[in-house]
Design a protein around this ligand. Structure first.
Ligand code: CP
Ligand code: NVA
Length: 302
């Protein structure tokens, strides 16, 4: 059995991703009915966090408890990783003890190196380049509220960051059209954008991106690790806030999503994120269900 990793949405075939989203909806319904489902007894998830987290940590840890397994939180502050033990050695050792590993870190190459030396599946819990777990939850959330996302138009307004890159990959894999509006100088990486071909339209005009869209998405202007750029970015992103006026340009049934944490009054107005088109709380909850489906896929289904 070959070890499958989930470092980007491109690691799974479109049909496999669709299976995970369908399964996430089922697992959510099972949990709502109070059913106990423990497909991972005695299995252990190692979680390496080199950046902060609320949703990712709690959703993965809860998923493992519900599934009959266990999760171990590992931070650089109190592991040898933080004292310079090579990533390759850490991967070799951890993967001889635990059954699956999740990593949140800075350089994407780090999760690639880790996976290359791991005997067990590695899940990307966010890097500077991608946030694929979030997209499983986002697509699940759209599907639950509006049906299949294939053929729809999604608008992403803001920084060409890890969320933007994962939306670009999702457009390719789930078959929707993505319009990305960024300020000049904050475009997504050229090779990632180019690989999406016709699935992606890039613009510097948020209004053009929003026109008729079925889903409007944004993210923070300064990601983790960019805190010192915050003031400059607030200036550079002027005009890129998702406002009620932007939402009014989208489809009348458009949804609003944000991976959270959000900064009301920066990338989004409170009237939007706390308004009737926002599904951000379902989106956050679905991290749990989507990642349960992912863990089941990686550890049970193959
Ligand atoms: N959206 C998300 O990944 O949240 P956390 O940073 O809280 O994990
Ligand atoms: N782009 C954000 C996402 C946080 C979930 C960051 O990397 O900080």
């Amino acid at each position: 059995m070959t070890t499958r990793h989930f470092l980007t949405l491109l690691d799974l075939a479109p049909e496999e991703l669709r299976h995970i989203v369908r399964r996430a909806v089922e697992l959510k319904a099972m949990q709502r009915r109070g059913e106990t489902y423990t497909p991972l007894p005695n299995k252990v998830l190692g979680m390496v966090f080199e950046k902060s987290s609320t949703r990712t940590r709690v959703s993965f840890e809860t998923a493992m408890v519900h599934f009959g397994g266990h999760a171990i939180f590992l931070s650089p502050r109190d592991t040898q990783l933080g004292r310079g033990e090579p990533i390759e050695d850490s991967a070799r050792v951890l993967s001889r003890m635990v059954d699956v590993i999740m990593i949140r870190t800075f350089e994407h190459e780090k999760v690639e190196t880790f996976a290359a030396h791991s005997r067990v599946p590695v899940i990307n819990g966010l890097t500077d380049l991608y946030h694929p777990c979030q997209l499983l939850a986002d697509v699940q959330t759209f599907t639950e509220h509006r049906g299949d996302i294939a053929g729809r138009t999604v608008c992403y307004i803001g920084d060409g960051n890890n969320m933007c890159h994962s939306y670009i990959n999702a457009a390719r894999q789930f078959g929707f059209h993505l319009r990305v509006a960024t300020p000049e100088g904050y475009e997504p990486r050229g090779d990632i954008a180019a690989a999406a071909g016709d699935a992606l339209t890039l613009t510097h005009d948020p209004r053009e991106a929003a026109a008729g869209a079925h889903l409007v998405v944004t993210d923070v202007w300064a990601s983790m690790g960019q805190e010192e750029e915050q003031a400059r970015r607030v200036q550079d992103f002027t005009g890129f806030r998702v406002t009620p006026e932007i939402m009014a340009l989208a489809d009348a049934d458009a949804l609003f999503m944000h991976c959270l944490p959000a900064h009301r009054g920066e990338e989004v107005d409170a009237a939007v994120i706390d308004g009737p088109q926002s599904v951000v709380w379902d989106e956050a909850e679905n991290r749990l269900h989507a990642q349960k489906a992912l863990l089941e896929f990686l550890l049970v289904r193959q």
